[in-house]
Ligand binder design. Structure first.
Ligand code: MSP
Length: 664
């Protein structure tokens, strides 16, 4: 039985991408704030993050970069870890799905589910896009074409293992209905029940034979474990599940909360609990689906060219300001728009004005009126009580809001205390009190209360902004006093020892010149021109969708001669050709390479008859990874020109040359 005093929180494991954008940082910063908050309030916390490193896409990108998949992901993961360090992410464990321990656990899970009949072998049928080397379901296709590149797809069959997801449907519905807190926010719960569970679940394909970069199925080595069993198991493999040492699993499982973006709530609230049910393990207590951070014009994505780089922002404003902005600006369950203007405005108003000025003024007045020595709290008045009561009430309110992952509201509560403290200065007018010697004790009380209120703030903000509290403490002269930094220390207002010497310092958040900042930020981010260019290219790749987008009027992004040199283009003489059975589009062509015959399958049947092609010298991309189309091996790709209106012309040579000649 899990100890009540433990808290297990996870982020999704990220696909290794060379640039994690601010949207990815959003989830991780939120999880970090929660983990820090729980540690502060006395929990034994396990905070897990990591990377999801397998799959065909990685295999392909690595090949394009001329490195092994592992070499490729190692480089990217190092960058991701660096980003988390820069943003002060205090994870307890970073899991990689390429970790040998993870792989072993996944293999054991797969075998266990197979042995008990929850995984069985069958045939997978899906829509395959040859250039993207990706399978798509009917629903994922856009206008019947590949959703990534908008090219034709083929219905392809592949032997696969399946997980009996359908078997768990009724138990899942029951669990979700009986556990209000399981899927949060509640709107996502209804979406899962109405859109996926009640209409009926299909069994899930959990292995592939079409690529190698995955965890092998131990009892059938042609298969690698595909996506979700590998990825989702990270949450328990990281705790040593099914390993020789599963103490952490016993201690921390079930997870208190999986934080995930809204588009993967489905996998975490259907596939994952069904897997756990099959394994006979407890389900996570909560899956929280947060919204997306979007830019005007849509979700950030690398292909759209509208990503915001957290490293650039961190460098200009520091990690605390960026973390504050992310957690304050957007209510956690909803989508929120990111803009540079909103960021700079928040820094100026909340951090420089409200908090930074409060500290500077307090320390400056203690310096001026008491030679830098914090006076004692001697003469209390009603107005003090209001401030003190609010300070003492704030921790509880913050804790309640944090328990519901309402980061923005929790920060708003803390800023109420900051606002009330600023108002207290206006109400008590220390500069007037300072004019009369008789008011010295009263002035001392006011300044003491200001300092103590700032101490409260320094503790309260520490989960959100890990660097700033020490800066506040240094200026107040209390940085060495650990018992003034604990959550419990907030049960008493009046803990700073009078007589403490303050240390005047620089403003903790210097005020920013908004126009200058916006100009500078514009320079560092993709320019409008670049963004537009990329968006236009995106549109062009959707050719055929709209009337005006039929022709490729824009050229693709520049490549180097080295990129081009990766292609092995050859002259291929067609020695035999025939139609592929049950396909209107596909022809099988044979060519000779030395003594061997090689086959290419090409979607040109509506433009050429097999007879017309025999003897033709075509141009072939010879080093494209072989794929099976309708069960026919295709080794390479024939080049053809098309005008987007359905016309197609094969590329050939203008004079006789030996087959196999290189093209460059
Ligand atoms: N690898 C899977 C998750 C497997 S978990 C067992 C994956 N990876 S991801 O890198 O594509 O996304 C990781 C997380 O980042 C997701 O929760 C996703 O919602 C989040 N975000 C990606 N872009 C985002 C925004 N623009 N805004 C907020 N979160 C975003 O999915």
């Amino acid at each position: 039985m899990k100890d009540k005093n433990t808290f297990y929180i996870t982020t999704p494991i990220y696909y290794p991408s060379d640039k994690l954008h601010i949207g990815h940082s959003y989830t991780t910063v939120a999880a970090d704030a929660m983990a820090r908050f729980k540690r502060l309030t006395g929990y034994d916390v396990m905070f897990l993050t990591g990377t999801d490193e397998h799959g065909q896409k990685i295999e392909r990108v690595a090949r394009e970069n001329g490195v092994t998949p592992k070499e490729y992901v190692d480089g990217i993961v190092a960058g991701i870890k660096k980003l988390w360090k820069t943003l002060d992410i205090s994870y307890d464990h970073f899991i990689r799905t390429t970790d040998p321990e993870h792989q072993k656990t996944v293999q054991k899970i797969f075998k266990k589910l197979y042995d008990q009949g929850d995984i069985y072998k069958s045939e997978y049928e899906g829509w395959y896009c040859t250039p993207c080397e990706s399978f798509w379901t009917e629903v994922q296709l856009q206008d019947g074409k590949c959703p990534d590149c908008n090219r034709e797809v083929e219905l392809v069959k592949e032997e696969s293992y399946f997980f009996r997801l359908s078997k768990y449907q009724d138990r899942l519905i029951k669990h979700i209905e009986e556990h209000e807190e399981f899927i949060q926010p509640p709107s996502r719960k209804n979406e899962m029940l109405n859109n996926f569970l009640r209409p009926g679940l299909e069994d899930l394909c959990v292995s592939r034979t079409s690529f190698k970069w995955g965890i092998p199925v131990t009892f059938d080595e042609d298969h690698v474990i595909y996506v979700w069993i590998d990825a989702l198991s990270n949450y328990i493999s990281a705790l040593g599940y099914l390993s020789y040492n599963d103490e952490k699993f016993k201690k921390y499982w079930p997870a208190d909360v999986h934080l995930v973006g809204k588009e993967i709530v489905r996998f975490h609230t259907i596939i994952w609990p069904a897997m756990l049910m099959a394994l006979g393990e407890e389900l996570p207590k909560q899956v929280f689906g947060h919204g997306w951070l979007i830019l005007e014009g849509g979700k950030m994505s690398k292909s759209k060219g509208n990503v915001v780089d957290p490293l650039i922002l961190e460098k200009r404003y520091g990690s605390d300001a960026l973390r504050y902005f992310l957690l304050r600006e957007v209510p956690f369950g909803s989508d929120g728009v990111f803009s540079n203007e909103a960021l700079v405005n928040r820094i100026n108003s909340d951090l420089a004005n409200d908090l930074g000025n409060l500290l500077s003024r307090t320390v400056a007045m203690i310096d001026k009126y008491f030679d830098g020595i914090i006076p004692s709290q001697a003469v209390l008045e009603d107005v003090d009580k209001e401030l003190i009561d609010l300070a003492l009430a704030t921790p509880k309110k913050v804790e309640e809001l944090m328990d519901d992952l309402l980061f923005s509201n929790a920060l708003a509560e803390i800023w109420k205390l900051i606002g009330r403290t600023n108002k207290y200065i206006d109400e008590t007018m220390p500069w007037i009190l300072a004019k009369s010697e008789e008011q010295k004790a009263r002035l001392g009380t006011v300044l003491y209360n200001l300092a103590e209120s700032l101490r409260f703030v320094s503790v309260l903000i520490s989960p959100f902004m890990p660097v700033t509290p020490d800066k506040i403490r240094q200026q107040l002269g209390i940085e060495g006093l650990a018992d003034l930094q604990s959550w419990d220390s907030l049960s008493q207002f009046g803990k700073i020892p009078s007589g403490t010497k303050v240390q005047r310092g620089n403003p903790i958040f210097p005020r920013l010149d908004i126009n200058k900042e916006l100009e500078e930020l514009e320079k560092t981010l993709p320019t409008e021109g670049q963004k537009k260019d990329k968006q236009d290219k995106g549109k062009d790749s959707n050719k055929g969708k709209g009337k005006d987008s039929k022709k490729d009027t824009q050229e693709k992004a520049e490549i180097t001669i080295d990129d081009f040199a990766k292609l092995d283009l050859r002259v291929a003489r067609v020695i035999a050709a025939e139609k592929v059975e049950n396909s209107d589009r596909l022809l099988k062509l044979q060519r000779k390479v030395g003594d061997e015959t090689r086959q290419v399958v090409s979607g040109i049947a509506q433009h050429y008859t097999p007879e017309e092609l025999i003897g033709k010298d075509l141009i072939l991309v010879a080093n494209l990874k072989p794929v099976k189309l309708r069960g026919n091996l295709s080794q390479g790709m024939i080049l053809a020109a098309s005008n987007g209106d359905g016309k197609l012309a094969l590329i050939t040579v203008d004079t006789e040359i030996e087959p196999g000649s290189t093209v460059s």
